[in-house]
Design a protein around this ligand. Structure first.
Ligand code: KG4
Ligand code: ZN
Length: 342
């Protein structure tokens, strides 16, 4: 079969982004992402509100993805959807929609693991776009608000986690530090911005000592809390006066913790091709630190465009395409799994 005749609709609804995408062969045609501003005022994602927003947004988002791609529903080869991990109420919306649409069109349904799809995001590109995909085998550092993983990837269908966080995720560390500093949610982008005018060596925060390739950020978070309590006791305006330096120092510590383990993983596996995924990969200093590794240590670093780093259905549809080629389909009685194993 000519791969250019394979059209996949991807559906993503695991957290607070409602997204639909269309692929043609291994190329992205459209990738529509609708965010949910409602959570900002609560300082974090409210699961109940997320489900309701998905319910509202799912049809317009799918219609927009099809319309912009100029692909009629009747041309779709299969529907891929995020089965988990994620918020169960949110996952139920995307799963139910995908099942109903696959049933009505009488086409296959393909379940996708959201964390594996993040890795596949590194291979996402539009037709005609200048793009060199990373080569296999590769290591992918997936850093988001809910996950921190080092994934060893042999090929599209074979990947394993070789290191992960034992508690908080890297994005959570950014967000919680930002909250302690009185910054709005999500804090990562704000810390990133402030850090650019601060001194990353102004304050030192401890690096956790964790075995193997695993991470921990909970002690780090407590260290920031104690540090701020102590400094604010001496000077109540400490945060206001030194905000940029604190942000730069916190960010530097998180990046060092991530890169220490990634370097260990590269040395242990001998794999020097390194890819990046998840919302934290938007961080400018993290990107620069990785490119520095490319220059100094001979790594081959692949950083996908931001559109495919954060939650998006493009990565779901593309992974769906590879599963379609492998003949991996799901039954219509499938249910979502909040803690879907890798
Ligand atoms: O992948 P993502 O959009 O959603 C999931 O968590 O699944 O990641 C969101 C996380 C948040 O914690 C946010 O603060 C963080 O990514 N983030 C950043 C930056 N942009 C987003 N962290 C640091 N620097 C950034 N520029
Ligand atoms: Zn995600």
């Amino acid at each position: 079969m000519n791969n250019k005749s394979i059209y996949i609709l991807g559906i993503e609804s695991s957290c607070d982004e409602t997204s639909a995408a269309i692929t043609c062969g291994d190329k992205i045609l459209t990738n529509i992402i609708a965010g949910q501003a409602i959570h900002e005022r609560y300082g974090g994602v409210v699961p109940e509100l997320a489900s309701r927003a998905h319910q509202q947004q799912i049809i317009p988002v799918v219609v927009a993805a099809l319309d912009e791609a100029k692909v009629p529903k009747s041309a779709l080869s299969a529907i891929a959807f995020t089965r988990g991990p994620g918020l169960i109420g949110s996952l139920l919306v995307g799963t139910s929609f995908a099942k109903a649409m696959a049933l009505s069109l009488d086409i296959p349904l393909i379940e996708v693991n959201h964390m594996q799809a993040h890795v596949i995001g590194n291979f996402a590109a539009r037709e005609g776009e200048q793009f060199t995909p990373p080569s296999f085998p590769l290591l992918c550092l997936t850093v988001s608000g809910g996950h921190t993983q080092i994934v060893r990837v042999e090929n599209f269908m074979k990947m394993e986690i070789i290191g992960q966080t034992l508690d908080d995720a890297a994005g959570e560390a950014f967000d919680k530090a930002a909250k302690m500093l009185g910054l709005p949610y999500p804090g990562g982008p704000v810390v990133d911005k402030m850090a650019q005018i601060g001194n990353p060596n102004a304050y030192k925060f401890p690096h956790p000592i964790i075995a193997d390739l695993n991470f921990s950020f909970s002690g780090f978070k407590t260290a920031i809390l104690y540090f701020l309590q102590k400094e604010k006791k001496a000077d109540p305006d400490f945060v206001d006066k030194h905000l940029a330096d604190i942000c730069a120092s916190v960010q530097q510590a998180i990046i060092e913790i991530l890169l220490d383990k990634l370097t260990k993983a590269v040395n242990q596996t001998g794999i020097k091709t390194v890819a990046l995924a998840g919302g934290v990969s938007a961080n400018k200093s993290l990107r620069m630190a990785l490119l520095d590794k490319q220059k100094k240590n001979g790594w081959k670093v692949h950083i996908p465009s931001f559109e495919y780093c954060t939650d998006n259905a493009g990565m779901i549809a593309l992974y769906g395409y590879y599963k379609y080629l492998a003949g991996e389909f799901s039954d219509l009685d499938i249910t979502p799994i909040a803690r879907y194993p890798f």
